[in-house]
Design a binder for this molecule. Structure first.
Ligand code: FAD
Length: 404
């Protein structure tokens, strides 16, 4: 069995390792256009910018690397085409690699804004370890940082900048930060933390123009006519799925590669996983952009590529770290659910969404243990009582007990 995996993020890395585990005789090759062993992306906007770790300190495949799992890793391997009739992947250097099963895990790329395209002076987008290295170097000589976008990555960069002593301004077009991922209470607590650290967050603010001044600094003008001058600008305006390779091979795409529950694309020999896919969720096809999803779906795609036939069902979970806040969400937000607040005190926050007597979603700040319990309540579809959820005196573990 010959399995080829395209993409050296968590989805591709876990797919390659899982394919080898599923079929120890399989010849598995992992292709990535990056120049290095696959690494974790979450530290890039946090510990890497703060100088606490280097990207190579966190290899996804562990200390022995991908090779330690019996997978052949090809770095600087840019895949430019898939010949589905000939079952061959075409590389930019002209080589062709045959496959019996192919996994596409090409991830996502930052959404570019026309005012500050990739490559504009003193403008930084953050996706790869190479991006993080140049941004870290730029922050070292920076006094004023402008961040465009009050989503997770923009705010993580803002918190890293503030912790490095840089004066930070954030422009967010929506009426509040984190509007796509958090409710108002949690978004509000994060906003306050930034304000405490001196970050100036301007919500409901569009970026009209950004131009380099004579001294090289960037002058940004907002839709309301306000002007901000910064040494550097970081753009964090979301990501888009990298589905171009799949689309050019004629696979079904719809803002992401469309896959079924077994991670199969419209071609049965080709599977896909991670940020680049749109897959069946509880309310139709969805796309997720988080580490755990990429890891878990990648592993299922890899096993299925090597002969298994498993379904990917997930309780999604994301996290973000800003200052001393650990922000985390678990589950599927469900329309029409009732919101329950569990007062924890000490600046910690925990909210639940309950629908039809079951927990659908939970989110919190510095509430990791409770959220681990909430995850189990969601996974096991345990019947919950909203009054008990709202009472911090009633341990969540006890709600699991009858089901143990
Ligand atoms: C700065 C940053 C911070 C983050 N922080 C968090 C966090 O705190 N918590 C969380 O849950 N998630 C976080 N994420 C999101 C998480 O890292 C992603 O969801 C995850 O990496 C997606 O994995 P993936 O394997 O699908 O794609 P990716 O990690 O994007 O990997 C795709 C790989 O495919 C390669 N590739 C693409 N096209 C080709 C081609 N044609 N040929 C060869 N190789 C190709 C790319 O170079 C890349 O190496 C963060 C992401 C970033 C960028």
């Amino acid at each position: 069995m010959r399995v080829v995996v395209i993409g050296g993020g968590p989805a591709g890395t876990f797919a390659a390792i899982a394919a080898r585990k599923q079929d120890a005789d399989a010849a598995v090759t992992l292709l990535t256009r990056e120049r290095c062993e696959p690494y974790e992306k979450p530290p890039l906007s946090k510990a890497v910018l703060l100088g606490r770790v280097s990207p190579e300190d966190a290899p996804i495949a562990g200390p022995g690397g991908v090779a330690g799992h019996g997978v052949v890793l090809e770095t600087s391997a840019d895949c430019t085409g898939i010949d589905r009739t000939g079952h061959v992947v075409v590389l930019a250097d002209g080589r062709s690699l045959p496959y019996e099963a192919l996994v596409i895990a090409t991830g996502s790329t930052p959404r570019e804004i026309p005012q500050l395209p990739v490559g504009a002076p003193r403008t930084y987008y953050l996706r790869t370890e190479a991006d993080a290295r140049v941004l870290k170097a730029a922050l070292a000589g920076c006094r004023d940082l402008l961040v465009v976008g009050g989503g997770l990555i923009g705010l993580e960069v803002a918190s890293s900048g503030a912790m490095l002593g840089v004066k930070v301004t954030v422009l967010e077009v929506a009426p509040r930060i984190l509007a796509r991922v958090c409710d108002e209470q949690i978004g509000g607590a994060v906003h306050e933390a930034h304000a405490r650290h001196g970050v100036d967050i301007r919500v409901g603010t569009t970026l009209l123009t950004a131009t380099a001044q004579r001294d090289g600094r960037i002058a940004a003008v907002t839709g309301a006519g306000e002007r901000f001058v910064a040494d550097i600008v970081v753009v964090g305006t979301g990501s888009k799925p990298d589905d171009a390779l799949a689309a050019s091979a004629g696979l079904a795409t719809d803002d992401g590669i469309v896959v079924d529950a077994q991670c199969r694309t419209s071609d049965r020999a080709i599977l896909a996983a991670g940020d680049c896919v749109r897959f069946p969720g509880p309310q139709g096809l969805v796309r997720l952009e988080n580490w755990l999803h990429a890891q878990d779906q990648g592993a299922i795609a890899g096993r299925n590529a090597a002969g298994a036939n498993e379904r990917y069902t997930t309780v999604p979970s994301f996290w973000s770290e800003q200052y001393d806040l650990y922000i985390q969400g678990v589950g599927w937000p469900a329309p029409g659910s009732a919101r329950v607040h569990r007062p924890l005190g000490g600046g910690r926050v925990l909210i639940f969404d309950v629908i039809d007597g079951r927990l659908a979603y939970a989110m919190g700040i510095n509430a990791q243990r409770d959220l681990a319990m909430a995850r189990r309540l969601i996974e096991r579809r345990v019947a919950v009582d909203a009054t008990a959820l709202a009472d911090p005196g009633q341990p969540l573990a006890a709600m699991l007990k009858p089901q143990l």
